[in-house]
Design a protein around this ligand. Structure first.
Ligand code: TEU
Length: 560
């Protein structure tokens, strides 16, 4: 579907409020702090903000455990602060996308309280299974480790939680649950939001009878489950049938074919998905057993998604978010070539087809941090992992030191260290004690310094965001060049005119390596008419047929 839409032409900025800006000195980021930074987002030039959860929550999973969907958690401020944020963003033409977390609630949600007491109408709001207190109903595993079931003494039954035990899964088979979710979504749309990012929306349907999963941990019985398209399609029909409203589904484990069922012409009607293939291919047994990412495989995956959704559906483009390590550490070079590789990776996400998502701090080349002791860790996922690896009888490690490198490489806490505003205490994030330590490199890596340096990642990102004004980069066809080249990521984009002849062309060349690379442009790629639009190094204004690229050099050539 080649229809235009604002969310196809947008660059979206993801704000993790807990770590963005703390205005009241309690060490936790808040909405007022974010309001004070809206001009910064405007200067970057982004078109929309995706705000991670700010709803009432006991913070077992940093707000992905919601106790009241219609209340702002005190830690972030109140509803008037939220309305001020909405108005400040809208005044600058920046849209606001809220996080929708409806696969599960907090166990402190009123619904769960009533459900465990089997109070009228709420008894089936969650997945309850009778049984002996020492024998879970099946072998499903939680994403955060351990069994996906907890025995509740009050109701004397097991309840399902694909994540933490404080995040009981809602039972979407109960039509009252679906109606309650749709009512809440309508309520937020009524407050003037511009869309939703839907947390693990492809997990909401669980196979009847909860059959054992064997070595998949149960995933085949709840990932893209039996009624998922009935539910998502109904949600779109009931609440989201307005093209102007962005609906981005977070869908771990989907293939391109699965994706089309959610976003394709004949699909459920979502706008786009966050798929995970390019951010899990380097995992071993699990994320804390990861290898160096292989570029050829990385290119293959991204090209597959470019081609796979080219004519049916739409891609999101991201290398970073609050669940992933910092891209410059994972896919770039966070040492000698930090800034250059950060610009190269930003060039990739802003010149592929789809909607680029910039995660807070990515635009100044923030890197992974250090977690010298397990006490420095905050995230439930990594704390559970360290406990299972080090403390448990059958754990594979003798001490934290044995797992520290893997933890520092992949922990979600890497993405949650405070946004680095300046070289003051705690990187200017808070006047108090930050809830998580700032990255030790904040004196060098911070917004204030980046703003003052015309050669910074920040100013390069402003140029990238401006470059996205070109339909060529938003809607153009993608073709990967040199697929087997071990260090070069090169591709063309082209926009055909009425006669199907390309009227606008782009050639993007990225040297993903700290060694120089020479690229012979394939004979069937036309270089005349191309001019340099953006580069992270000195580069010839027009491309020859042989391009000599320095370490981590990125160039965007296009027809003006
Ligand atoms: O993440 C879903 C999810 O699958 C990720 O947790 C990912 O699988 C994991 O980090 C990889 O090890 C969403 C939210 O983005 C995440 O922050 C929440 O923790 C999770 O759902 C539960 O709400």
């Amino acid at each position: 579907d080649d229809e235009r839409a604002w969310w196809k032409e947008a660059v979206v900025y993801q704000v993790y409020p807990k770590s963005f800006d703390d205005s009241d000195g309690d060490g936790v980021g808040d909405l007022s702090g974010l309001v004070g930074r809206v001009d910064y987002l405007d200067e970057l030039g982004v078109d929309a903000v995706w705000l991670n959860p700010v709803y009432e929550s006991p913070q077992a999973d940093n707000g992905y455990d919601i106790a009241d969907y219609r209340a702002i958690d005190d830690a972030y401020g109140d509803m008037s602060d939220w309305e001020r944020l909405r108005d400040e963003l809208h005044e600058r033409g920046i849209r606001l996308i809220m996080d929708l977390v409806v696969n599960h609630t907090s166990d402190e949600h009123e619904w769960f309280r009533r459900s465990r007491r089997e109070e009228g109408g709420y008894a089936d709001y969650y997945h309850w299974v009778e049984g002996e207190p020492d024998e879970p109903p099946n072998d499903w595993e939680s994403v955060f480790g351990g069994p996906a079931w907890t025995y509740d003494d009050e109701r004397e039954a097991w309840y399902l939680h694909l994540f933490d035990e404080k995040q009981p899964d809602l039972n979407w088979a109960d039509p009252d649950v679906r109606e309650a979710v749709y009512d809440m979504m309508e309520w937020w749309l009524g407050k003037g939001i511009d869309g939703f990012r839907m947390d693990v929306i492809n997990l909401v349907s669980k196979a009847e009878g909860y059959p054992d999963g064997g070595d998949s941990g149960g995933a085949e019985h709840f990932m893209n489950g039996p009624r998922v398209h009935e539910y998502v399609g109904e949600m779109v029909e009931e609440v989201l049938d307005d093209e102007e409203v962005l609906a981005v589904g977070e869908t771990p484990g989907v293939s391109v074919d699965d994706a089309r069922e959610y976003v394709g012409e004949d699909g459920d009607g979502l706008s786009m998905l966050f798929q995970f293939e390019h951010v899990t291919f380097d995992h071993g047994e699990h994320k804390f057993d990861a290898d160096e990412p292989d570029l050829v495989e990385f290119k293959e995956i991204l090209a597959k998604w470019q081609e796979g959704l080219a004519d049916d559906g739409w891609n999101s483009l991201y290398l970073n978010n609050h669940d992933q390590p910092r891209m410059v550490s994972r896919f770039g070079d966070d040492d000698e070539y930090r800034r250059k590789s950060a610009k190269l990776l930003g060039t990739l996400t802003h010149t592929l087809g789809g909607t680029p998502f910039v995660y807070q701090g990515e635009e100044i080349g923030m890197t992974n941090s250090e977690f010298g002791s397990r006490e420095a860790l905050r995230d439930v996922e990594v704390r559970n992992y360290v406990e299972s690896a080090v403390d448990d009888e059958d754990g594979h490690a003798d001490s934290y030191e044995d797992v520290r490198e893997a933890v520092e490489a992949m922990s979600r806490d890497n993405a949650r260290t405070p946004m680095q505003w300046d070289d003051g205490e705690a990187a200017g994030f808070t006047d108090g004690d930050p809830w998580i330590d700032a990255n030790p490199n904040y004196a060098e890596v911070n917004v204030s310094r980046a703003r003052a340096d015309p050669d910074s990642v920040f100013h390069y990102y402003r140029d990238l965001v401006a470059l996205r004004e070109r339909d060529l980069l938003v809607y153009g066809d993608f073709e990967l060049l040199a697929p087997d080249h071990p260090s070069l990521f090169a591709y063309t984009r082209s926009l055909a005119g009425a006669d199907d002849e390309p009227t606008e062309r782009a050639l993007v060349v990225l040297n993903v390596d700290d060694e120089p690379t020479t690229f012979e442009v394939p004979a069937d790629v036309t270089v005349d008419g191309l001019e340099l639009a953006l580069a992270n190094d000195d580069a010839p204004a027009v491309p020859g047929r042989t391009l000599d690229l320095g370490p981590w050099e990125a160039r965007v050539y296009l027809t003006p």
